[in-house]
Design a protein around this ligand. Sequence first.
Ligand SMILES: *Cc1c(COP(=O)(O)O)cnc(C)c1O
Length: 496
Amino acid sequence: MMDIFYSSTRGHNKKVTASQAILQGLAEDGGLFVPEKIPAFENTLEEFAQMSYQETAYAVMKLLLTDFTEEELKYCINSAYDSKFDTKEIAPMAEAEGVYYLELFHGRTIAFKDMALSILPYLMTTAAKKNQVKNEIVILTATSGDTGKAALAGFADVPGTRILVFYPKNGVSPIQERQMVTQKGANTRVVGIYGNFDDAQSGVKKLFADQELAAQMEEKGFQFSSANSINIGRLVPQIVYYVYAYAQLLKEERISAGEAINVVVPTGNFGNILAAYYAKNMGLPIAKLICASNDNKVLYDFFSTGTYDRNREFVLTTSPSMDILISSNLERLIYRVAGEDAQKNAELMKALNQEGKYEITAQMKEKLADFYGNYATGAECADKLKELYENTGYIIDTHTAVAAVVCDKYKNATKDAAKTVIASTASPFKFTRSVMTAIDASYDSMDDFALVDELSRIGNVAVPAAIEEIRTAPVLHDIQCDKTEMKEAVKTFLGL
Ligand SMILES: *Cc1c(COP(=O)(O)O)cnc(C)c1O
């Protein structure tokens, strides 16, 4: 097997191993780590069709995390994908109206972030051991709602780590907030900031680059790492479920080996759909990568025009985990379509940083032909959710509804009849109010937990353990700060 090294999307001078890239999170020059080569699968599709989720994970991840031993990687995989998930399949599929919903929400916090964040703590502590890191690792995370809880759940009480999560105080769902502020674990802290997700994310990026803070931390035996979706340790595990989904369709004889499928992904930071793109590049027969946005449709505009422009009003939607104007992981795609030209990519990212926009060349745009972008308004999502429920009884969440609307738009526009997998990124129980009022506006008068029970009744699905837990759990975190005070919050947490 070939060794894969990682380099920054903004400079080629330094190569690191996978474990070093996971520990570091972001490259020193502010770029994202990318594999120098995207390896091809070593298994046939028929072989994948015989594998369990865990076996698929090993067959895929070993190709990219080449400095982990077989024993280390299997330890990480088996520790992550176990009974924390409420189904043995880990990522089951449901068919409704002729499309396949790949349910990525059966983990501990009932959103797709669990797919990667259940394994990241194991990858990171294993990486620390391999690299003789003695410092305590401090995970610093900005969240639009789901990453925060999934990272907290993953890292809580993991020896040798601490975790601090910043979330936009008024930009997450009530259930999301409650899930976070009730988090147990002596090594955890949750802070609500007065600002939006982009403020939280920019603030965290600044803290990562703060040399003075890094020196103070080093002195006290701490170092930062990132659980955000820019970490390669999150991207790699996400490739697995696309392979698994394809293999399941093949196993059930819904497709023939080699038949190309389309995938639709409700997109925010561009991590999930980028994993599908990597899967395609590794050899998975995916035809179209359909990028679904909500009213913050910066990606739709980018795919239509070739210009990425974040200078616009930030819209709070019913799919808050996608309320993002700077899709960080897009940089990895830009780098690739720029012909792995780090200089060119760095120029574009500089323009994004300074002017809030950049334009790619016609040649680069040609290489985006596999992508199709569109968006869905809040009203369209609510209508779709209701229609699907009334036609089939299947209830999806508001993020998945964005994908379902865009899937319909794509099919109507192209008449493409390829089999389609929709990434279903959250349980409807996580966004109960928006889901239930989409089905019937009069539900709005009920309180959050009464709505949970009603959703369980009409959808004929048991209330997930993640929701039962927070009904009565005490609030353990009640800290807010201004977006300019994030550094102080870090120092207080670490006692600096
Ligand atoms: C994070 C999230 C998304 C967006 O995923 P990206 O990888 O950031 O594009 C979509 N839906 C839900 C429910 C999420 O939590």
